[in-house]
Write a protein that binds this ligand. Sequence first.
Ligand SMILES: [Zn+2]
Length: 176
Amino acid sequence: MSHTTNVDHCFQRAGFDKKRLFYTQGGYGLFQCSLPCKPLTYDNEDIIMAMRATDEGGKIPTELIPKCPHCGREMTTNLRVNNRFVEDEGWYKANERYGDFLRRHQGLKVLYLELGVGGNTPGIIKYPFWEYTGANPLATYACINFGEATAPLEIEKQAVLIDDDIDKVLTYLTKD
Ligand SMILES: [Zn+2]
């Protein structure tokens, strides 16, 4: 199960199973109504590609400005930038699946692998991982983070901290 604060849609583009991904902050790959009038999101790949095809110096034809199919207002990207962020059915399902995963593994042997969480939103992944690890003697916290691989003393014996480039480390770990 993967929990990400990235919004660049790279998990989806890499073919990562959507059912095992909780993109808690939304993503550039989805549109939502700017109001929003309904708690819905819309895959935007086709319209973005159409915009790119007609793009002239950063301008697109007026008819390509995305409009909400329900109220006609302009659409915006589904990103948690203000209190208008839409948490749609898929978001709630992913949130539930992630919560289920955490509950089912309480007290079991589990690895909380953190990849490159910075100081921007540590409260979403990093601090909870420290907490879950501290609460479970069978848990391991592993962190691969260039320049920021740290953990609190309380979980020192359960922590694997790798201060290096993630790509380099994963390539090394997965080679035969
Ligand atoms: Zn609308």
